[in-house]
Design a protein around this ligand. Structure first.
Ligand code: ZN
Length: 220
């Protein structure tokens, strides 16, 4: 062990316990230090093993999106239907996904369920969001699953999968609505449709690399 970087901070990142500033500092260090990066990967593997042990604690509370209950405001049925139609068909802005990706990088909220095992991550979403995302681990192809979280985009709960490719992170947003193009603030964004769901991948890696990720994801 030659690097003197604070290992407690690296553990803190794995446990999502750091402040935004500290999380960013650790991410930046992991990009340039193989030793600490290997340490971080070991922690994730340990967490993964631990997560497979039987648990007896109460399930985490289900977070509900903040949606106004139109009925309590006495709006007419026709107005409600019109609003509902608009709400259902309104596309998901890609800019919001990019913003969420940046927030995840700079805050202590990278994943709600930390696991590289899709058998752990996929069932975690059940009951928390109304759609079932395809969860893959593309570790053999260089994209390691870190886990999943639920973000709020346009007032909706959206499942997000987090992957790691070397020094880069890929956030994969899964929505029932079509993504709408917008400013990407220099990040690479690739979208595709698989059956009834839309997938939006956001990363600071190159577009070519993200397209490779998308191709792999659709092929499995
Ligand atoms: Zn280091």
């Amino acid at each position: 062990m030659s690097c003197v970087f604070d290992r407690d901070k690296i553990s803190g990142l794995a446990d999502s316990e750091l402040s935004a500033a500290d999380a960013l500092e650790v991410w930046q260090h992991l990009r340039s230090c193989d030793e600490c990066d290997a340490y971080f990967q070991d922690i994730l593997k340990l967490r993964e093993t631990a997560s497979r042990l039987p648990k007896y604690s109460a399930p985490a509370p289900v977070r509900q999106p903040n949606r106004p209950n139109l009925w309590v405001y006495g709006i007419s049925t026709a107005a409600c239907l019109a609003a509902l139609t608009l709400w259902v068909t309104r596309p998901i802005p890609v800019a919001e996904a990019v913003q969420d990706h940046i927030l995840a990088l700079t805050s202590n909220h990278l994943v709600d369920v930390a696991s590289s095992n899709h058998h752990t991550v996929k069932p975690w979403f059940a009951g928390k969001v109304h759609l079932a995302p395809k969860v893959l681990d593309l570790d053999a192809d260089g994209f390691t699953l870190l886990g999943g979280r639920i973000d709020q985009i346009s007032g909706e709960s959206v499942p997000v999968l987090e992957f790691r490719r070397g020094a880069h992170l890929v956030s994969l947003f899964v929505t029932a609505k079509e993504p709408r193009n917008g400013p990407t603030r220099g990040f690479s964004v690739v979208t595709w449709r698989d059956q009834d769901l839309y997938y939006t991948a956001v990363s600071d890696s190159s577009v070519a690399e993200l397209e490779r990720f998308a191709t792999l994801y659709q092929a499995k």
